[in-house]
Design a binder for this molecule. Structure first.
Ligand code: FAD
Length: 523
């Protein structure tokens, strides 16, 4: 073999220019590795999804006439890490060239860069040819430490890629339709919630391998994985989204529910956690499908719907992929490796034990965590305003918060997980990603969900024994960071309201917060 080409588990991009030419002298290597299955404690569905998608990709490449070596944990367990395996393969196949695609994750990019310098054969690294912005042009948009703003970046990309534009103006005259979106889901809306498209990929052999090789995981295992693992399944999920979910995507993007209405019987558990979300993040992040294809297909569906799907829905969707997804990647690469150490609010508390089992009396947190353990999935607002908000206002160490998110979600790869978690949700980057800390009291949860009605705690109370813990924790957090936030125009009003409260009330609220924090594992 003349050339050895490495394909990482999140580089399953069948449209990559590598595959335009077939050569018996090029060997593609796809390998399950202990180091990848255990760099954090992953959700079992996440490891199964990556391993199953890798196997399917290897199979598809072989079918297309390429020479492929797919190695399972059984074959790679003897190697200490990826470089050890590669070194052995290069020697064994007597290859003269080693090629790889640039990893999206700092850890692996470093490892492969060091490895490349240590070998005798010639080395070439390629772009992954997946994102709107190439690696090479990221520095044109992002600078280390700079407080970039999504809105500015997003508008530039809308213009550059000519998406939802009328000449040089945004379609409809507005860039942002957030005000039309973000409604609560009412019982009368339940009937419309679509039945999700769930797959049944048999991953039993993978689960057995994980056991055999003592890979420690979290969460509920599924023998038949519901996540898409091939390009074809990703396309089916996209088509399902465009057909059934896009129509109300923006409107209910932030909604949360735990109501299984007995009369309607309609909102079964499956519909409850999926709502109108695309659940495409794993497929996109593993590069089974490209962001361009997702956005173009959704825009085509919007245009074909002749007004039935409103601009607010499609704009909300495009903003997430063209905007947020590309934006957090730029922030990550401009700021790594320092970004991983930022702790602007000096948060040091341990993550409560119930993050690992959902065993808390707070209904919203119980629900979001249990769902994450069951499905390796929570939607954006559950991540940001339920679990993320709790960690923020309780002052949990961002290293532990990052680690939890990196492990538990099906789509969690560090480049996208970390700016969202450490940055947007924990404000540990001091505002590089977002202009304010997303801190909220129980009031927000009550506005966007039906969790509070069934909760053991009272959302309208702040300092009593039964009061929603989020209320006291919120006020304590705001009080504690008064110097950090009071100058921000977005939080000025909050401080005015706090100071309007009688001093005795403020003291009772702060005392309640301290009390909650002192037995945080039991709330
Ligand atoms: P939809 O709601 O259907 O949105 C469509 C697509 O938009 C997603 O598939 C995703 O590709 C993209 N998108 C939406 N929001 C973001 C965002 N903020 N950043 C990047 N892409 C976005 N997303 C990940 O892919 N991996 C992560 O590890 C991750 N960690 C997160 C941690 C926290 C604390 C928060 C607040 C958000 C995180 N997100 C992460 C972003 C977002 O929550 C998920 O992308 C989304 O919930 C995935 O579900 P979906 O595919 O149904 O998304």
């Amino acid at each position: 073999v003349q050339k050895l080409r490495l394909i990482l588990g999140d580089q399953l991009n069948a449209s990559h220019s590598w595959y335009r030419v077939k050569s018996p002298n090029t060997l593609y290597v796809i390998a399950e590795l202990h180091q990848e299955a255990s760099y954090t404690r992953h959700h079992v569905q996440k490891v199964s999804a990556f391993f199953a998608a890798m196997a399917a990709f290897a199979h598809a490449l072989k079918q297309a006439g390429h020479r492929v070596l797919h190695l399972t944990l059984d074959e790679t367990s003897q190697y200490q890490d990826l470089p050890a395996l590669l070194r052995d393969l290069i020697e064994c196949y007597q290859t003269r060239e080693f090629e790889y695609q640039l990893s999206d994750e700092y850890r692996l990019r470093q490892q492969l860069s060091v490895f490349s310098k240590s070998i005798e054969v010639s080395v070439q690294a390629y772009e992954s040819e997946h994102f709107y912005l190439s690696d090479a042009e990221l520095p044109d948009y992002f600078t280390a430490g700079k407080k970039h703003r999504l809105e500015h970046f997003y508008r530039k990309l809308r213009v550059r890629f000519n998406l939802l534009m009328e000449q040089d103006k945004p379609q409809g005259g507005q860039w942002n339709y957030d005000a039309d979106n973000r409604q609560k889901l009412k019982v009368s809306d339940f009937n419309d919630v679509p039945t999700p498209l769930l797959f049944t990929n048999d991953v039993r052999p993978i689960l057995q391998r994980l056991k055999r090789h003592n890979i420690e995981t979290i969460g509920v295992a599924q023998d038949y994985l519901l996540w898409p693992i091939t390009r074809c399944q990703a396309n089916q999920l996209l088509a399902h989204f465009c057909r059934y979910c896009l129509i109300r995507f923006g409107r209910f993007q932030d909604a949360m529910t735990s109501k299984l209405d007995p009369k309607l019987g309609a909102l079964g558990e499956d519909k409850q956690w999926t709502l109108y979300h695309s659940r495409l993040s794993f497929a996109i992040n593993a590069k089974l499908i490209s962001p361009k294809r997702v956005v173009d297909t959704a825009i085509a569906a919007y245009e074909a719907a002749n007004g039935e799907i409103t601009l607010a829905q499609i704009e909300g969707f495009v903003r997430q992929i063209l905007g947020w997804r590309e934006f957090v990647r730029g922030v990550y690469w401009a700021n790594m490796p320092e970004y991983a150490t930022l702790n602007n609010l000096s948060a040091t508390r341990d993550l409560p034990s119930w993050f690992w089992n959902g065993d808390t009396k707070m209904n919203c947190l119980h629900h979001a965590i249990k769902q994450s353990l069951d499905y390796s999935y929570a939607h954006h607002i559950q991540r940001l305003m339920v679990t993320g908000n709790f960690c923020l206002i309780s002052g949990i160490d961002p290293d532990q918060v990052d680690d939890w998110y990196l492990g538990i979600y099906i789509d969690a790869i560090e480049w996208v997980e970390m700016p969202n978690t450490r940055g947007m949700s924990q404000f540990a980057d001091g505002g590089i990603v977002g202009s304010k800390a997303y801190a909220a009291s129980g009031n927000y949860i009550n506005k966007m969900s039906d969790h509070c009605g069934d909760c053991r705690y009272q959302v309208k109370q702040s300092h009593t024994e039964d009061a929603c813990p989020l209320n006291a924790l919120y006020w304590r957090f705001m009080e504690q960071h008064i110097d950090d936030f009071s100058a921000n125009p977005r939080t000025k009003m909050v401080y005015a309201n706090w100071l309007k409260k009688p001093i005795e009330d403020r003291e009772l609220i702060l005392a309640r917060a301290e009390n909650l924090l002192s037995h945080i594992d039991d709330i």
